[in-house]
Design a protein around this ligand. Structure first.
Ligand SMILES: NC(=O)c1ccc[n+]([C@@H]2O[C@H](COP(=O)([O-])OP(=O)(O)OC[C@H]3O[C@@H](n4cnc5c(N)ncnc54)[C@H](OP(=O)(O)O)[C@@H]3O)[C@@H](O)[C@H]2O)c1
Length: 237
């Protein structure tokens, strides 16, 4: 939970029936919390891109904010499905981890965090998942190849977009927005079922940090300092 509903860190929470999705049998409770809302959002982004027709053969894809919760699961999912992934991060010291999780290339986000040089730049990416918005997404929009698709869901890098109509009408770019909370229940169900079957991340538990409730404040401080890496799961005794 989160946003307008308290109880996200509670062991029990009471919610309206229409918010509930049945957990697939082939996914443990603990695995489902390794995904959490960030993982669901990554899955919804991926689903949108696959429905658009994006395939590994189309070329390189990117994930921005890649050491964050949405980013790290997006990287693992893309990699599981055979995509060549460029991981865009502010933490270049995590290059080894990102390559172990399947990144082909690791790019410093500072290289993209600047005003647009041109509304159309070298076409590199066939698609991508963006968790940061702002100047980084603005530059990525200009660096897409023909018929590319981007799914965006976050705004840690800024709320504004500086773009033009050119990538859309000269390269046929599609930009999809993802809202996990209000997605249709059947769409959420489809994504959770994928997590339990064809998108199953066998090694997800190895890449999650388990903590007790008491450790939560210091982990939140790490997020605010921009030092957190990947997903953190609260384990109750
Ligand atoms: N639309 C939805 O339904 C939905 C659902 C869940 C989350 N979200 C949003 O998606 C975003 C990511 O969520 P999350 O759970 O992955 O958050 P997170 O775990 O805090 O990760 C965010 C990542 O963004 C990067 N970052 C941090 N500060 C930045 C800055 N100033 N400029 C550019 N990049 C920066 C960092 O990765 P690097 O150091 O690797 O660059 C960081 O790990 C948030 O904005 C969140 O609110 C949206």
């Amino acid at each position: 939970m989160g946003m307008n509903t308290f109880g996200g860190f509670g062991e029990y929470i009471r919610v309206p029936q229409e918010w509930i999705v049945k957990k697939p049998d082939n996914l443990s409770l603990s695995e489902s919390m390794a995904f959490g809302t960030a993982g669901l959002t990554a899955g919804l982004c991926l689903r949108k891109l696959l429905l658009h027709g994006l395939k590994p053969d189309d070329g390189e894809v990117f994930v921005s904010g890649v050491t964050g919760g949405v980013g790290i699961i997006s990287l693992m999912l893309f990699s599981k499905l055979g995509f060549d992934v460029t991981a865009i991060t502010g933490k270049m010291d995590q290059e080894k981890l990102l390559k172990n999780l399947g990144a082909k290339t690791v790019l410093d986000r500072n290289d993209l965090d600047s005003d647009l040089i041109s509304p159309l730049q070298k076409p590199i990416y066939a698609g991508g998942i963006d968790a940061v918005g702002g100047k980084i997404l603005s530059n990525l929009i200009c660096s897409t190849s023909q018929r590319a698709a981007i799914a965006c869901c976050g705004m840690v890098g800024g709320l504004s977009l500086d773009t033009s109509i050119f990538p859309f009408i000269l390269r046929g770019l599609s930009l999809f927005g993802i809202d996990s909370a209000e997605s249709l229940l059947e769409t959420k169900e489809e994504v959770w079922n994928n997590f339990a079957t064809s998108w199953k991340l066998e090694n997800i538990d190895e890449n999650i940090k388990d903590i007790s409730l008491n450790e939560l404040p210091s982990e939140i401080d790490k997020i605010l300092d921009g030092k957190q890496i990947g997903r953190v799961r609260i384990v109750y005794d």
